[in-house]
Structure formats: C-alpha cells, structure tokens
Write a protein that binds this ligand. Structure first.
Ligand code: SF4
Length: 326
C-alpha cells in the first residue's frame, strides 16, 4: 500500500494509537507517515505534553485538528435574537426564548476557540451517553473531513492506520484488519488481534514510555470525560485547574441554554435525582461539578445504581476510529 498512498495515523495519545504509529514508522519510515490528532480542547494536560514527547522522541510532527464552530454560533445568535415562534413544547413550556433568556444567552454566545466549550455553547448543554455529540463532532467528523480534503486536494489514496483491538469491547470484536471506506479511502488496523500486554511491550521495546495517565487515571481521553467513574472524579478532584474549568464551563453553557442551567455530568442520573423525582433546581445543583464532588467524596463503595446506567465497569468512551482515548 506504499505506492503513492498517504499513510495517516489517527493518534489519540493513548497506548494503542501510539503502538500503531510506531509500527507505521517502522514499516514506512517517518517521512511517509502523517500522525493526526483531533483535539477536543478538553484533553488532559498530560496528553498534550505526551504528544510533544512523541514529536521530540520520534522526530515527527503531529497534525492537530481543531474544529471551528464560529459560523454555527453566529447563526445561533441570530436565531435566538430573532426568535418569535409561537406554541408550546410537550411539557407545556413556551417554545420561544423569553427576553430574559435571550439577554442571558446573547451575553455569552460567542466562539471561544475551544472546540468542546463552543460545541456545548452551540447545543446549550453538555453531551451524555444518549447524546454523545462530542465524539461525533469533535473526533469522528473532524477526522473524516480532514481525510476527505486530503483525498480531494492531494488526489492520493489515503490509508488510515487505526489503533483498534478486537479484545477491547464487544463492539470491536469483529473489527476487520483492512477495510475500504470509500473511493481512495482505506482503514488499516495492524494491532487488531493484539493483547494489551503486546501493546505496552511494543511501546517499551521502542524505548518509549506510555502516556503517564495510565499510572494515575488508568485511561486517556477528555478530562473529564462524560463517562468518568466515581474513581475518576475522585482523582480529578485533586486538580484545581480542571475542576475550575468545568465550573466555569457549566456557568457559560448554563447561560447559553434556554433553561439557564447546565451540568457537565447531567447524564449521570445520581440515585434519587432522576428528572421528575426532584425539582429542576435540585437536579442541577446535585449534577453540577460541586454537587458531584460532594457526592464522590462520600465514603462507601460505588454502587452500580449510583451512577444511573453505569458502575465503574459501565460504558466507556471510545470512538469507532480509536480517536477518543484508548
Ligand atoms: S473522551 Fe469522553 S468526553 Fe471526550 S469526546 Fe470522548 S466520549 Fe466525549
């Protein structure tokens, strides 16, 4: 597949995509490999540092993609400002933005340049398991658009090297090693049948360290991720800059929403706080970061039902392209 094709490695900063990058460089030479990282703007600082470490150690340049939502946000501003719709929704609330909500939202509805925050400002909420627009908009679509542009502009076939393993999850157990995605577009998964031990061994045998997050959080991805477990929240509680950022984002996204509230972990459905069981105010208070920190600090084992749909073994992040932490 070397003749004329461009080889792109989808890099997440995690172990699997790092091992995949090393294999690509071994086979093709670093000048024939283009590592591409889709930056959500909500990555752990250790991951940004790790990308620099890989660049220095391997003598490569990692392409960083950052989606830009400024046009969509400008359109939403216009829509909110001009909204004169009539009628009510299923709950009996007016569809139209009230003048108070308009003033509140228009004060913050502008692009900040941070993709994760801008997407949440645009949606007026944070993503959840049922509405996982973060992976879709910030990772998958951004990456596919980039590959499509390369094919159009450079006219070369593109082989995307993906760090995906079959034993990671049921969803991936039938993953193919090679797949044609479209015209001049192929996926190649060289470590599809590897074990986790082989992945770490591959990194060590190249004289490199894995992302240091494996020694603390045990995983790589957003900080926080909507799938954070109680254990993850306890660990992140020690990082003031991350907690401060989440607090700030909740304030801004809440202002940009019609309801006036938003919570990073709104999808968690803490025990006894499902919508309808408590008032809206109590729901938001318990699910905003300070409520979550108080809850996570409580002694006792982590019960499956505490986190609604998931215990510490519940669903985890992981895009089908291996771009979202591994
Ligand atoms: S790591 Fe988590 S929060 Fe980040 S894009 Fe993936 S699912 Fe969303």
């Amino acid at each position: 597949m070397k003749n004329g094709a461009l080889h792109i490695v989808g890099l997440s900063g995690g172990k699997d995509s790092t091992a995949t990058l090393l294999l690509a460089i071994d086979r093709l030479g670093r000048e024939n490999v283009r590592p591409v990282f889709a930056d959500t703007g909500n990555e752990h600082p250790e991951t940004y540092a790790y990308l620099e470490y890989l660049e220095e150690s391997l003598g490569i340049h990692v392409v960083r993609l950052k989606p830009d939502f400024s046009e969509e946000i400008a359109k939403k501003r216009m829509f909110v400002a001009r909204d004169r719709r009539r009628g009510r929704d299923k709950r009996g609330d007016k569809i139209r933005w009230s003048n108070k909500a308009k003033r509140r939202a228009l004060a913050v509805l502008q692009s900040t340049g941070n993709p994760f925050l801008d997407l949440c400002l645009l949606k007026g909420r944070f993503p959840t398991n049922r509405a996982r627009f973060c992976t879709e908009w910030l990772k998958r679509d951004t990456f596919v658009e980039y590959v499509d542009n390369v094919i159009q502009q450079e006219g070369r076939p593109v082989v995307v090297w993906q760090g995906i393993r079959r034993d990671e999850s049921d969803k991936r157990k039938n993953a193919k090693k090679i797949e044609r995605v479209g015209h001049k577009y192929y996926n190649f998964r060289p470590i599809v049948d590897w074990t986790v031990e082989e992945v770490f061994w591959c990194i060590a045998s190249h004289g490199l360290d894995p992302n240091p997050l494996y020694a603390t959080l045990g995983r790589v991805g957003c900080a926080p991720c909507i799938y954070a477990t109680k254990g993850d929240v306890r660990l992140l509680a020690g990082s003031n800059p991350i907690i401060e950022r989440v607090r700030d984002w909740e304030r801004l996204v809440g202002q940009a929403s019609k309801k006036g509230f938003a919570a990073f972990f709104q999808g968690k459905e803490l025990a006894g706080t499902k919508p309808g069981e408590v008032s809206d105010l109590v729901f938001w208070e318990r699910h905003q970061i300070d409520g979550i920190l108080t809850w996570a600090a409580k002694a006792g084992p982590f019960m499956k039902e505490d986190w609604g749909h998931a215990g510490d073994d519940g669903p985890r992040c992981g895009s089908e392209m291996g771009l979202c932490g591994d």
